[in-house]
Ligand binder design. Structure first.
Ligand code: CTP
Ligand code: MG
Length: 233
């Protein structure tokens, strides 16, 4: 089985506003549905788990009926961090799935993920148990320790911008999360690839796209609306 876990239990604090950003409408539908649709209509995705806050389950259920979205089999209640939201989904999958099932974990607020990126993530599972979407950094990077001056310029060629989906064999990602969760100084990892690396396993790169950016701020939202307007022309 190939499972997609769509994380959408965040509160969008950097974005602001009363409603979390993933529920804002663009055109006639909420932002998160652009994301979910790409997974739902992908031929190699078998089931979709939505991770959200309890209070939004009804709203999402209504949307999936209204927009006729297939394959959403399970709702999982999110946690207080991205890490715990993903772990909640993995606890469920570990109970119902098999060691070698494939799990794609994706941020609900990356609506321009493509079918090709999803296919390439799944294809990577032929050669590895852990693959994450990433793009080479187009910009030069600087390290600042005081937020005022740049202390060094790391070589750009070695830096990647990390995206999602991040894709794993179920057995590996579950065990890596269990270990991360048992850590005494619990770190709150912001992605799953770093949890697998901390577990001591190799993480492969799948090429992403600049359009597969995360909606974090209002500027991102404006850019998204512009891109979608041109796409639909
Ligand atoms: N996420 C989640 N559960 C959390 C926190 C985040 O499922 N407790 C999800 C978000 O909904 C999002 C993804 O993880 O799809 C990446 O998180 P981010 O972009 O940081 O979104 P928010 O946490 O909502 O935003 P902020 O950090 O500004 O509050
Ligand atoms: Mg966050």
């Amino acid at each position: 089985m190939n499972y997609a876990v769509i994380l959408m239990a965040g509160k969008g604090e950097r974005f602001g506003g009363p409603l979390p950003k993933q529920f804002l409408n663009i055109g006639n539908k909420p932002l998160y549905l652009y994301t979910v649709e790409t997974f739902a209509f992908h031929q190699d995705i078998d089931a979709i788990l939505i991770v959200c806050e309890e209070m939004y389950k009804n709203r999402i259920q209504k949307d999936i009926v209204k927009f006729k979205i297939p394959k959403i089999t399970t709702f999982i209640t999110g946690g207080t961090t991205r890490q715990s939201s993903a772990f909640n989904a993995l606890i469920y999958l570990n109970a119902v799935g098999k060691e070698n099932d494939i799990v794609l974990i994706h941020d609900g607020d990356r609506p321009l993920v493509t079918s090709e990126i999803i296919s390439n993530n799944i294809a990577a599972m032929q050669i590895t148990d852990a693959a994450i979407t990433a793009i080479p950094s187009a910009n030069s990077l600087g390290i600042s320790y005081d937020n005022q001056t740049i202390s060094s310029f790391p070589p750009r060629q070695q830096y990647y911008v990390i995206q999602t989906p991040q894709t794993f064999k179920l057995g590996l990602i579950y065990k890596a999360h269990v270990q991360a969760n048992q850590h005494i100084n619990k770190m709150y990892y912001t992605d799953d690839g770093s949890i697998v690396l901390a577990y001591g396993k190799e993480v492969n790169i799948v090429r992403g796209s600049t359009h597969n950016f995360k909606i974090t701020t209002y500027d991102d939202f404006t850019l998204l609306k512009t891109l979608l307007r041109f796409k639909n022309q």
